[in-house]
Design a protein around this ligand. Structure first.
Ligand SMILES: NC(=O)c1ccc[n+]([C@@H]2O[C@H](COP(=O)([O-])OP(=O)(O)OC[C@H]3O[C@@H](n4cnc5c(N)ncnc54)[C@H](O)[C@@H]3O)[C@@H](O)[C@H]2O)c1
Length: 340
């Protein structure tokens, strides 16, 4: 089988740290084009991979014969570019949050369906080793039902992550739509849905600007969550945790499971009978220490086998709807039912 022809649109940090190296490491892939509005960024990778650089995605889509693209752009461009690509018959891997509104997300799903291409969303938390292990342990059933949980994702903020530092689009509402909630909260909303195999049905939240100057997006959120099967829990997202925290604790009928709390044993299960299980499975990625996300390999595998990606547009929409409901809850100062 010939190699899949891939283009990466947006050559900032997520492209540089995860998409581009993971495509380059996949023997089934040929990186043929890169696009960035800052030409040197696309040119850098084009030179490195013997590909073509563009500064406009429409020109790239018109000129290149592609199998798939990665959308690694500011949030407000996700729907626009994903839909254009789907209309050109190209499979799309779009970063999270998949869109800025539910309407945009629905239009992305529809475009992929109409044009018979796959749409996958970069919800890489599902694939992190501790989270994969947790899923496997929950499936074995000995912990019983998850009654309650707490999950948090916080770091000092995108200043040290985004290629544009303090001047990043991450801090501007018209480009980001949401702050820490779109950056980190949506990851944990997605993770809880995935681990519990359940849907969030109702939320209450404080979503605030507490720590950053010169921004009109949220930088801290604390939310409470109720699921369809009746679990309750908390979800926090922050751009002012000086030490990164991406932990989750599941309080189950027959014990407690701690994820990414201990740096060595990334999964710890404490059972009712006093016994403790330790699993050294590998860490979650942090901004300082990147680990392979697995998202790219899964996307390529889906295309090659003609199997719809498990982290589909529909999944991205459900996780987006959770954070949109949290933001609405904070604004209206009331509990909000999550849109189905
Ligand atoms: N899955 C994850 O864990 C994860 C982690 C970080 C970021 N992300 C997501 O990835 C996306 C990109 O974030 P990032 O961290 O790479 O941001 P970044 O600021 O580092 O890079 C964004 C890039 O997009 C380019 N760009 C902006 N407008 C453009 C346009 N019209 N055409 C072409 N290029 C354009 C910028 O010049 C910049 O190089 C965001 O949606 C973000 O939420 C996901």
């Amino acid at each position: 089988m010939s190699k899949l022809r891939i283009a990466v649109i947006g050559c900032g940090s997520i492209a540089k740290h995860r998409h581009i190296p993971e495509y380059a490491a996949n023997p089934e892939v040929e990186l043929v084009a890169f696009c960035d509005i800052v030409p040197e960024r696309a040119e850098f990778f084009a030179k490195k991979y013997n590909a073509t650089a563009y500064d406009h995605y429409e020109e790239l889509l018109a000129k290149e014969k592609l199998d798939a693209i990665s959308v690694c752009l500011p949030n407000y461009l996700h729907a626009l570019v994903s839909i254009k690509a789907a209309k050109s018959g190209v499979h799309v891997l779009c970063e999270k949050p998949m869109a800025t509104t539910a309407e945009e997300a629905l239009a992305m799903i529809q475009a992929a369906e109409d044009h018979h291409v796959f749409l996958m969303i970069g919800h890489n938390q599902r694939l992190m080793p501790p989270h994969q292990k947790a899923k496997e342990i929950l499936a074995r059933g000995y912990l019983g039902r998850v009654i309650s949980f707490r999950t948090a994702f916080g770091h000092p903020g995108p200043e040290s992550w985004s290629v544009d530092g303090k001047n990043s689009w991450f801090f501007r509402k018209n480009e980001a739509a949401m702050g820490a909630m779109g950056d980190l909260g949506v990851h944990k909303a997605d993770l809880i849905r995935y681990l519990l195999e359940d849907e969030v049905v109702e939320v209450g939240a404080f979503v605030e600007i507490l720590a950053k100057n010169d921004t009109d997006v949220d930088d801290n959120a604390v939310c409470i969550v109720k699921t369809k099967k009746g679990s309750i829990g908390t979800l926090a997202a922050s751009w002012s945790y000086q030490k990164e925290d991406n932990s989750t604790v599941l309080y189950c009928e027959h014990g407690v499971m701690k994820l990414a709390e201990d740096p060595f044993n990334q999964v710890i299960v404490q059972l009712d009978d006093g016994s403790v299980e330790y699993y050294h499975v590998g860490a979650v990625a942090t901004n300082e220490k990147q680990v392979t996300s697995g998202v790219i390999n899964e996307f390529i595998h889906s295309i090659q086998t003609g199997t719809k990606p498990s982290i589909s547009g529909e999944e991205g929409l459900r996780s987006l709807n959770v954070v949109l409901a949290m933001i609405e809850s904070s604004k209206k100062k009331t509990f909000i039912a999550v849109q189905e």
